[in-house]
Design a protein around this ligand. Structure first.
Ligand code: PA5
Length: 471
């Protein structure tokens, strides 16, 4: 299957000279080739010092999962994720997903993109017989943790009743992340109290997703959880959404994870093969890089139109910040949600410092029927909206998008559009892979290792020292 999303950079391209554009092609293609060649280098085990760490495993992982699944629907890793997801879906009313950073943002993006914003407020049948979803372990916020514990305690009194059963997917690649480990200790204890510490349910309804070695793996072995899923070596946290990290909770909510992987694999192929002008990731990197280099556009705004894509933007914020924010380089990512943020940030984007490259994320087809602005009797038309009566909300949104981008264009503020015909599982797979590949290719282009996040260690060491009374 081919890709469906399109990157239209016509508006921004007008601000880039032909010399700048054409002059980048050879180095950009070399950066792309280096990103893909890194896969073989990684597997050779002979990784040069300047390339370490090297986590290029995410590039071919979606196709690898699909190939294995095609040969063995039940025994393959993907087949087992689907089966485990189906078990959690059919046996649980509530699912708590514990994780932080790359072990959290991806599933949140999937959830917000594909599910009703009031999913948890609906009855089970209206939710398509899927569990309610809660995220924790992404902070050390006392009150938030207590609120969820209290909700579970009040809502769950008879573990034999489907509507009163909950389970946990705990996700941590290292297994040593404090936020997730603390939350797991707390929620595991609550779950064991509920089902009985040594009961089959207390084991079955906890599914760890973790690296092959580490504290969570050790704990999982000790507890004897019947099902665990790996986060492979060679795939870093923020590149792991298309491993069990995102796929297992998505499957537990009934998402078509095969379609998601097919979207990602199609994007991997397109980025590898297409020439710069038609290549979504290469042209995105070219536009962003040239704008930054020649026009000082260091702030990279992901302008999401509609509420479903905010968490995709937050996922991308992490991806860009942790991958390229090194050696005093790397653009500053900022996600906004329009039209909401036109009323907060719009002024600055129109007239503030010229340091912003705006990428619009636009869903072309609304999933639900268009809601129309109602007409009222003339004497009640005090809000003067009758002149718009009959127009659908998608039409209003389209006018907002067009009007905003025309206003930016009029004053030479660069924009480009990431166009998504339908925001479904396939498109989401494409989007994840598009941004991950673009980030890695940009890293190779600007000579920054996109993998690893050495700067995150400093705060962790201080926090541990303070808690241990050593500071
Ligand atoms: O991108 C990364 O590697 C990080 O953001 C991690 O995902 C995050 O720190 C969580 O790590 P872990 O999965 O080991 O708990």
């Amino acid at each position: 299957m081919s890709t469906t999303i399109r990157y239209d950079y016509t508006a921004a391209r007008k601000l880039i000279s032909n010399d700048q554009w054409n002059g980048l092609h050879a180095t950009l293609q070399a950066a792309r080739d280096e990103a893909y060649d890194d896969i073989a280098i990684m597997h050779s085990g002979n990784i040069p010092a300047e390339k370490q760490p090297l986590d290029a495993g995410f590039i071919n992982y979606p196709q690898g999962l699909l190939d294995e699944y095609a040969k063995d629907k039940k025994g393959s890793l993907l087949g087992r994720m689907i089966a485990s997801g189906e078990m959690l879906k059919s046996e649980l009313e509530r699912l708590v997903v514990l994780g932080i950073g790359g072990s959290y943002m991806g599933m949140r993006a999937i959830y917000e993109a594909l599910f009703d914003p009031y999913h948890n407020e609906q009855d089970r049948a209206s939710r398509g017989n899927t569990p309610k979803l809660y995220f924790e372990g992404n902070n050390v916020d006392n009150d938030a943790i207590l609120s969820l514990l209290s909700l579970l305690e009040k809502g769950c009194t008879d573990p034999k009743e489907l509507l009163q059963r909950y389970g946990i997917i705990v996700i941590s690649k290292s297994g040593g992340t404090l936020e997730t480990a603390v939350a797991f200790r707390i929620f595991k204890s609550a779950l064991e109290n509920y089902y009985g510490a040594d009961s089959a349910e207390a084991k079955k309804f906890i599914v760890p997703v973790t690296g092959e070695v580490g504290k969570l793996r050790d704990l999982s072995n000790l507890k004897g959880y019947p099902v665990t899923f790996p986060i492979p070596d060679g795939i870093g946290g923020r590149f792991s959404v298309l491993t069990a990290v995102g796929l297992l909770p998505a499957a537990a909510l009934g998402v078509d994870i095969v379609a998601m992987l097919e979207g990602a694999a199609a994007m991997t192929k397109a980025v590898k093969e297409k020439p710069v002008d038609e290549n979504p990731a290469l042209s995105y990197v070219a536009v962003c890089h040239l704008m930054e280099k020649h026009k000082g556009m260091h702030t990279r705004i992901l302008s999401t139109w509609g509420k479903k894509m905010e968490a995709i933007g937050l996922w991308y914020d992490q991806l860009l910040a942790e991958s390229l924010g090194k050696e005093e380089k790397g653009a500053f990512p900022l996600t906004i949600v329009n039209t909401r943020d036109l009323h907060s940030r719009g002024q600055q984007h129109q007239e503030g410092i010229r340091d912003k490259m705006i990428t619009n994320m636009i869903i072309e087809n609304a999933t639900k029927t268009a809601l129309e602005i109602p007409s009222v009797p003339p004497e009640q038309d005090k809000d003067q909206l009758n002149k718009f009566a009959g127009k659908g909300m998608p039409e209003v949104m389209a006018a907002a998008i067009k009007g905003t981008n025309m206003a930016y264009d009029d004053v030479n503020r660069p924009t480009a559009d990431l166009l998504i015909p339908n925001l479904d599982a396939h498109a989401l797979g494409e989007i994840f892979q598009f941004f991950m590949l673009a980030t890695v290719i940009e890293g190779r282009l600007i000579k920054i290792n996109p993998y690893g996040q050495p700067g995150v260690e400093a705060y962790k060491q201080n926090m541990n020292a303070i808690l241990s009374g050593k500071m």
